[in-house]
Design a protein around this ligand. Structure first.
Ligand SMILES: [Zn+2]
Length: 239
């Protein structure tokens, strides 16, 4: 590990640490707040000493950062202007404007939410409007993708629908009805495609046997990556 010092900022391995020198301290300490690392040291402590302290604390810092990252990732949305919302893996900023009736639309790369008055707390109604928007778009996108892949795979789902699931992305019943979790529409396109292929392959194999995965692999060769992506990022697909 090499550290570079520049303007009182040390570039560590995967993070930067700000050096704060103070006369009030006799010992050094490391502080991490909202993903920002600071190292508070006595005024005269040498750079070498600071570096060796950071190297010694390296593991602890990385662990702490990873933990805070997780906390930030599942931080609840506030539904305020400037906040980002994902659709098919792309982030769109929310802009709240005043209008004669409440509505939400995706326009020129932004989610534009119209509210009666911007001076009051609109978070609950904006959330409801966004959920409705996501559900509508999830339904049409997922139906379109399912029909397209059904032709390629040569299967015929009895019905295609959306629902709110707690911890799954889709389901395929023994009567060949496919239901998707609408939240999947926040994920990148290739991930949505994987979920569609996965459910459609269940029309051939109503299980997760090796034959099932071989079929998934034929239509979605990077399915292992997609599964991994969902495991790591699935919790972020929340509003
Ligand atoms: Zn399955």
């Amino acid at each position: 590990m090499t550290l570079q010092l520049h303007n009182n900022v040390i570039n560590g391995d995967g993070y930067t640490a700000k050096i704060i020198r103070t006369l009030r301290r006799k010992t050094a300490s490391v502080k991490i707040v909202e993903g920002n690392v600071s190292i508070i040291v006595p005024e005269s402590l040498s750079v070498d000493k600071i570096e060796s302290l950071l190297i010694k604390k390296h593991r602890w810092i990385k662990e702490k950062l990873a933990l805070q990252d997780l906390v930030i990732a599942i931080k609840p949305k506030e539904f305020v202007s400037g906040e980002s919302f994902s659709y098919l893996g792309r982030n769109y900023r929310l802009k709240i404007i005043e209008g004669s009736y409440p509505s939400i639309k995706l326009h020129q790369g932004r989610f534009i939410a119209s509210v009666r008055y911007t001076s009051v707390n609109n978070a609950p109604s904006i959330r409801q409007m966004l959920i409705r928007w996501y559900k509508q778009h999830a339904e049409s996108k997922l139906i379109e993708k399912t029909q397209r892949y059904a032709k390629i795979i040569g299967v015929h789902p009895a019905s295609i629908g959306i629902k709110s699931f707690q911890s799954r992305w889709g389901s395929c019943s023994l009567t060949d009805d496919i239901i998707y979790n609408w939240k999947i529409i926040m994920a990148p396109n290739r991930i949505v495609d994987y979920v569609v292929v996965h459910e459609l392959c269940h029309l051939h194999h109503h299980n997760h046997s090796p034959e099932f995965w071989r079929l998934v692999d034929r239509y979605c060769p990077d399915y292992v990556d997609s599964k991994e992506w969902l495991k790591l990022n699935g919790k972020r697909l929340e509003i």
